[in-house]
Design a protein around this ligand. Structure first.
Ligand code: GDP
Ligand code: IMO
Ligand code: MG
Length: 423
């Protein structure tokens, strides 16, 4: 299985990093292919918690080459803060590669993100304010600055200065305080020097790795329903987390991918605005948030929570051609009297047979549920399917039947080894 994609099957924070860390044991390259430091990927090893935003989640293993692919938008201050923190904790980051084709994020992107959110008023998307959307917009407008440009320091400096001046005019026009152009140019000239040894033609590097039969793991950030094309537009991020995006964002072609693992929690969460059919706004929702510690890794925001939605997951299976599912955070459902899974949507009384293509329609659907008895005992000590209570096994079987692909892995706790790998 040389190339594997890991993709979020819901609205993010499914526990992708934990599963990527698990799979990294058998992979030599772990490649981020989209998004930026809007991601917060948590791995817990020996009681130590690592919260990664840009550095690929395989970094904790010495045998892994972590790669930031061409599809990522890179905030250099965050990247080096993260590298310094990791190195300070004894994690070697010297093998890191940053694609020469990856676009850089600059302070004007963050300024534009804030302005765009404030202009939306009550219609805010609830972005992470990291400048992700504006950086991808510049890429699409063909005015972005790519990491490869740092190889010529004078030209890089001039490009940063020209863009800063142009963007300042727009920022001032919006009534905001202008950015300090000289300070930005100096800071980024220094960051450019620092990133230079890490910059590489990662596309050629990965082609060589695939040709040599190396195992490559493509790490998705965000998720299927935050995808710019396939998510709940406009309440989405500005990249393509779906498996198709893994090809564009890494340079690896679709026929080289043999395995696509979709990650889902045993329930659903979302952070930021947008439709959420199975959302629970009662004490059951509060319980999911409290027990599941559902607060954003990056922004600290409280996540919205609700029951598992198999309609979403079926769509994610098709959209990503998932070969299997990893079902995380099963332990959070311990002790619920009953657990529910949404198996269908009704709109004006009619059962829908396709996932709604409009957010206003999705906001109006009524979920249909299958209700199962809960399990009283804790699942966290389980290491094989036989160790799980029978009610928990019934829940997993229901998910598998509804979704149509195997549930290959079940998460029963936050730590690296808190998993049940099913046959
Ligand atoms: P990602 O963005 O998809 O990588 O997920 P996050 O790291 O943002 O959020 C997932 C959270 O759940 C993190 O705090 C993980 O440590 C934690 N986690 C992952 N898997 C499990 C699990 O099976 N059980 C529990 N209780 N926590 C988990
Ligand atoms: P990981 O990789 C959850 C959400 C934001 C907002 C929307 C757009 O940790 O799963 P953006 O800043 O990307 O323009 O915000 O997307 N969002 C995430 N939600 N997990 C993430 O990443 C997210 N990255 C962005 O909350 O609703
Ligand atoms: Mg996260």
């Amino acid at each position: 299985m040389p190339v594997t994609v890991v993709v979020g099957a819901q609205w993010g924070d499914e526990g992708k990093a934990k599963i990527i860390d698990l799979l990294s044991r058998d992979h030599t390259y772990v490649v981020r292919y989209q998004g930026g430091h809007n991601a917060g990927h948590t791995v817990v090893v020996d009681g130590e918690r690592y919260a990664l935003q840009l550095v690929p989640s395989g970094v904790l293993y010495d045998h892994v080459v972590p790669v930031i692919g061409n599809g990522v938008v890179v905030d250099l201050p965050t990247l080096f803060a993260e590298v310094d923190t990791l190195e300070g904790r004894g994690i070697d980051c010297s093998a890191l590669k940053v694609s020469s084709r990856a676009h850089l994020i600059f302070p004007w992107h963050q300024a534009h993100d804030a302005i765009a959110e404030s202009v939306r008023g009550d219609d805010k998307i609830g972005t992470t304010l990291k400048g992700i959307g504006p950086a991808y917009a510049d890429k699409a407008r063909r005015v972005g600055i790519r990491a490869g440009e740092v190889v010529d320091p004078d030209a890089f400096r001039a490009a940063v200065r020209a863009r800063a001046i142009a963007e300042n005019a727009v920022i001032e026009h919006a009534g905001e305080a202008p950015l300090d152009v000289d300070a930005i140019v100096d800071a980024f000239a220094e960051l450019g020097e620092r990133v230079r040894p890490f910059v590489a033609d990662t596309v050629t590097l990965l082609h060589a790795a695939v040709a040599a039969g190396e195992h490559v793991l493509l790490e998705g950030a965000q998720a299927t329903f935050l995808d710019l094309d396939h998510g709940t537009y406009p309440y989405v991020t500005s990249s393509n987390p779906t498996a198709g995006g893994a090809c564009a964002g890494s340079g690896i072609g679709p026929r080289d991918i043999d395995r696509v693992v979709g990650i889902t929690k045993a329930y659903t969460t979302r952070v930021g605005a947008g439709p959420f059919p199975t959302e629970l706004t009662d004490e059951l929702g509060d319980r999911l948030v409290d027990v599941g510690r559902e607060f954003g890794t990056v922004t600290g925001r409280r996540r919205r929570a609700g029951w598992l939605d198999a309609v979403m997951l079926r769509h994610a299976v098709r959209n990503n051609t998932l070969t299997e599912i990893a079902l995380t955070k099963l332990d959070v459902l311990d002790g619920f009297d009953e657990v529910r899974v949404c198996t269908g949507y009704r709109l004006d009384g009619e059962l829908l047979d396709a996932y709604p293509d409009r957010s206003d329609v999705l906001a109006r659907v009524e979920p249909e549920y299958v209700t199962l008895p809960g399990w009283g005992e804790a699942v966290s000590a389980a290491r094989s399917a036989d160790d799980l209570p029978s009610a928990a096994r019934d829940f997993i079987d229901l998910v598998e039947r509804e979704v149509g692909v195997p549930v290959a892995v079940v998460g029963v706790g936050a730590a690296r080894d808190d998993v049940v790998v099913r046959g």
